[in-house]
Design a protein around this ligand. Structure first.
Ligand code: APR
Ligand code: PHB
Length: 386
């Protein structure tokens, strides 16, 4: 198997297949240092945690991850707890940085002496409609060609696998949002034990964390926001306003990292062409408000690994033939949930007084109706609903 991309999807796929005796070569165009330094998401559904632990990839995650039983929604100057595990059959979430998970998976792979090549150049995929698809790339100054049984395109949204599929094969569905998130990682103990999703007239803010010493915080901004316009004191001021509550203070600390992420929703169908299988961000993107991106990527490769194992063992293609449909059911649930959370919590147009009233009414309904809160909780923890 050839795997393009050493993000969470590509790395976990390599790991799951190795456990079943299937060889993979993973090709990554960035350096190991770059991949291990990228700050990404940090919420893992319990079902995904269980998979990582059961397959031997969860040792550090289990020791260092923080189990959360709830989240908080803040609006109109008040905070309301959503008791996730009470509402969603005992399910919890784990706070553990995607970056840390990627480090764990890279270490496992290299300890096992398995092929994982960083800084490969000019990766391209060929003959995916045939029985011998090939990947061409340059590595260590030499042109290489890898003949594969199948190829997994785990190369993220800007990768080369999806664009290599001939025009007209894929249907694409997408939505752009007129805002982004400015995120910081700060060396300060989180000011709240649980995540706080804050609706505010000036725009959304999120209080999250990585560890007892590290806070992760976001403010809604323009999609093309210039970081130069956001000196540290302006970021803290805005966070103080949007997360502020009577009788509570947001502790500030040294900002270790800051960045702006645009937001979009995107799905391509099917997630397969011939012997090229797309997984994770290569096939779909969600806005980060529902914390689903990482979970979807890991769940795709679980389905793909099981299907590939059946195929290698018994020659049956039933799993591979159903791969796209199986994943897309979950993907579309997460797409809806992420879009719904996003439009409920962000201000797209500050003059839209009607929209603001609708948001506040929906937020109030969630905090007063157990049925509405349960719907949020089930989706957030990733119950097997589809
Ligand atoms: N050749 C080789 N590798 C590539 C290429 C290429 N042409 N293009 C991109 N890559 C690599 C990227 O450098 C990255 O390491 O593919 C990897 C894709 O990883 P991710 O973008 O992390 O995607 P995925 O593994 O699907 O994980 C999805 O990541 O972006 C977050 O929010 C998202 O949490 C979600 C998760
Ligand atoms: C994060 O901690 O980075 C995070 C948490 C929740 C989200 C998105 C990002 O919805």
């Amino acid at each position: 198997m050839g795997v393009v991309g050493a993000g969470p999807a590509g790395l976990l796929l390599g790991h799951l297949l190795h456990r079943e005796g299937i060889d993979t070569v993973i090709l990554e165009d960035r350096s190991r240092e770059h991949v291990e330094a990228r700050i990404r998401a940090g919420v893992i559904e319990q079902g995904v945690v269980d998979l990582l632990v059961a397959t031997g990839a969860g040792q550090r995650l289990r020791a260092e991850g923080l189990v959360h039983h709830g989240i908080e929604l803040q609006f109109a100057g008040e905070r309301h707890r959503i008791a996730l595990s009470d509402l969603a059959r005992g399910r919890t979430i784990l706070i553990y940085g995607q970056t840390e998970l990627v480090k764990d998976l890279i270490a496992l792979r290299l300890d096992d002496g398995l092929p994982l090549h960083f800084e490969v150049e000019d990766v391209s995929v060929h003959d995916v409609e045939s029985e011998r698809p090939r990947i061409r790339y340059r590595h260590d100054g030499r042109d290489q060609e890898l003949e594969c049984d199948a190829i997994a395109g785990c190369d993220g949204f800007h990768g080369i696998c999806r664009p290599s599929i001939p025009h007209g094969v894929l249907s694409e569905f997408s939505r752009e949002y007129p805002f982004g998130w400015l995120g910081i990682l700060a060396a300060v103990a989180p000011s709240n034990d649980e995540l706080v999703y804050a609706h505010h007239e000036r725009g959304f803010a999120l209080l999250s964390l990585r560890s007892p010493e590290l806070s992760r915080l976001y403010v809604q901004c323009r999609p093309d926001e210039d970081l130069a316009e956001w000196p540290d004191n302006r970021i803290w001021e805005e966070l103080q306003i949007r997360l502020g509550l009577e009788g509570w203070t947001l502790a500030e600390g040294r900002i270790l990292e800051k960045g702006v992420t645009g937001m979009r929703s995107y799905v391509c169908e099917p997630m397969r062409h011939g012997r090229l299988f797309l997984a994770g961000d290569a096939a779909h993107i969600v806005p980060p408000t529902g914390a689903k991106g990482l979970n979807l990527a890991l769940r795709d490769v679980r389905v793909l690994a099981e299907a590939l194992v059946d195929w290698y063992r018994s020659g049956t293609t039933t799993g591979l033939d159903g791969y796209s449909e199986t994943c897309l059911r979950r993907v579309w649930r997460a797409e809806h949930f992420s879009w719904w959370m996003t439009q409920m919590l962000h201000r797209a147009d500050r003059d839209d007084a009607f929209g603001l009233k609708l948001q506040l009414s929906q937020l109030a309904y969630i905090t007063r109706s157990e049925a509405a809160a349960t719907s949020l909780a089930e989706n957030y923890v990733g119950l097997e609903l589809v």
